[in-house]
Design a protein around this ligand. Structure first.
Ligand code: PXP
Length: 256
């Protein structure tokens, strides 16, 4: 039995912005994805404002915050520019992540011990504004203990290695995450988990009693294409066919 009756589900909508940025246009709009995710039952909306602004843009943050009724979780690197934006935006939560310019996605957990000095400066600035702070870390005892010493409210355990592993290695990684979650919970930290979780591998992680929240993006956005592609094509097909009957028509309800 899970110690927490329900595991909360935060939806990362960065990839909607990735799709928009592919054309540098204004569609699809991340705020519309945030609303749709909320209607689907999302308990939170997660976005990562990367230093290179490859997907989410500054204006997205304002728009998303304005339209959602669930907590906003801003993933961010410890850079002065991003800290300033986060303090101004005041999302309900921030999750501090490591960031490398050339990575495809966040590759590993934060080295809390190495970044201690900067974290010690930044964390109270968020907490003074009532923003909950979480650190994205590998499921490793010394990182959890260091996070605890810094006085953050939560840790997000990196599930990427688990997601990529197979067979025995995956089982070993699951045990590591389970023990880490137990330790963090015992220390009074909220336990979140995320990265690489999909419809197949999520169950074992959601089953861990100490895990309170999952943040999932890529697999859900990818799956949504196939859940919606058939009707999107059907709608276009109808329009193309109908245009021979009457050249004027209305725009689809779901787009701009
Ligand atoms: N949690 C954190 C801290 C992340 O950096 C990411 C990726 O942006 C996720 C969760 C979501 O990962 P995925 O897109 O693989 O589900």
């Amino acid at each position: 039995m899970n110690a927490f009756r329900n595991v909360k589900l935060g939806i990362n909508i960065d990839h909607i912005a990735t799709l928009r940025q592919a054309r540098l246009g204004d569609f699809p709009k991340p705020w519309m994805a945030a609303r749709a995710a909320e209607l689907g039952g999302a308990d939170g909306i997660t976005v990562h404002l990367r230093e290179d602004r490859r997907h989410i843009q500054d204006f997205d943050l304002r728009q998303i915050k304005r339209v959602i009724n669930v907590p906003m979780n801003l993933e961010m690197a410890l850079s002065a520019d991003i800290i300033k934006i986060a303090l101004w935006l005041q999302p309900e939560k921030v999750c501090i992540v490591p960031e490398k310019r050339r990575e495809l996605t966040t590759e590993g957990g934060l080295n809390v011990i190495g970044a201690q000095k900067a974290l010690r400066r930044a964390i109270p600035q968020f907490q003074e504004k009532g923003i909950e702070v979480s650190l994205f870390i590998d499921p490793v005892r010394r990182q959890i203990e260091a996070a605890h010493r810094l006085g953050v409210e939560a840790v997000e355990l990196h599930t990427g290695t688990y997601a990529n592993a197979k067979g025995e290695r995956r089982k070993r990684e699951l045990r590591r995450i389970t023990h880490s979650a137990q330790l963090a919970h015992k220390l009074g930290l909220k336990v979140h988990a995320g990265h690489g979780l999909d419809y197949q591998n999520v169950r074992a992680i959601a089953f861990i009693p100490a895990v309170q929240e999952l943040n999932i993006g890529h697999s859900i956005i990818g799956h949504s294409v196939f859940v919606g592609l058939k009707s999107a094509v059907r709608e276009m097909k109808r329009r193309v066919t109908d245009s021979r009957k009457s050249p004027r028509g209305s725009s689809p309800k779901s787009s701009r």
